[in-house]
Design a protein around this ligand. Structure first.
Ligand code: ATP
Ligand code: MG
Length: 249
């Protein structure tokens, strides 16, 4: 990888679901080792973009490069094998299976039992809940606990890039902090993170880079604090919350 090869480069991506285009030419790069946060209004195409990155949706135009390798046309499994793992927006554990079984499933493309056992050990260390609730049905866990188990499961592939779609969805404020701390921890342990968040303010605060997606295009990108402090952004999707309230006359 040369100096100019981006870790993940998204170039001119146009994609949709048959009718009109949802993504209308999306360009940005994700830097290695950082946390990049995509924010934007509902329906702006954030999840659609993540589906294109994971190979679940083929773009009509454009290309995505992961350390120089073009991803468009690869199967989701091939993209997993390259080291990109996504945790989807909706809860995705098998509720009737145990926590441990769910986490092990994360390593479904790994054959070597000793590798799986070693990774299970390190995941248990990082996520105590995986050991504490090992035999419990995943469906019996709270929303926040399920999120952590989903993170644990995705780490079973030791991904280089962790892609998270709205991990804060449905979490109460306390669990939300634990979840964000866990994202920071995964990043500190060497995983590059790309996440989508509705909880824009908190997410941008902990992100190195921010991207604002609006109506299928990048409206703004910069450091997390540049995006957070841009007054237009407050108007766009924080309901003006970042702006001063007009004084009563
Ligand atoms: N499977 C699908 N088939 C058809 N249209 C879809 C499908 N998934 C999403 N869309 C449409 O694509 C547009 C963008 O959806 P997307 O889920 O990417 O938005 P989003 O930015 O993730 O929104 P949210 O913040 O609500 O998660 C929306 O208009 C949505 O209705
Ligand atoms: Mg979404």
């Amino acid at each position: 990888m040369t100096e100019s090869t981006p870790f993940l480069g998204i170039e001119g991506v146009v994609a949709g679901y048959g009718g009109g285009d949802v993504l209308k030419g999306v360009d940005f790069t994700v830097k290695e080792g950082g946390v990049t946060c995509i924010v934007g209004p509902n329906g702006s195409g954030k999840s659609t973009l993540l589906k294109v990155i994971s190979g679940l949706l083929k773009p009509r135009l454009g290309q995505i490069y992961f350390k120089g390798t073009p991803l468009v046309g690869l199967t989701p499994r091939a993209i997993l094998k390259l080291g990109i793992v996504q945790v989807p927006q909706n809860h995705s554990l098998f509720g009737e299976m145990s926590v441990e079984e769910n986490v092990e499933l994360g390593a479904f493309i790994v054959r070597d039992r000793s590798v799986i056992a070693r990774r299970m050990d390190s995941v248990r260390e990082m996520f105590p809940i995986v050991a504490e609730r090992a035999k419990d049905k995943a469906g019996s866990l709270s929303s926040g606990q399920q999120r952590l188990v989903e993170f644990a499961r995705c780490l079973m592939l030791e991904p280089e890039l962790v892609v998270l779609d709205e991990p804060s969805m449905g979490l109460d404020p306390k669990t939300l902090r634990v979840m964000f701390d866990t994202v920071k921890m995964m990043n500190a342990m060497g995983r590059t993170v790309l996440l989508v968040e509705q909880n824009a303010r908190q997410a941008l605060k902990m992100s190195h880079h921010g991207v604002v997606l609006e109506n299928g295009q990048v409206r703004l990108s910069g450091t997390g604090s540049e995006v957070l402090n841009n007054p237009e952004i407050g108007v766009l999707f924080l309901g003006g919350a970042l702006l001063e309230k007009p004084k009563a006359s």
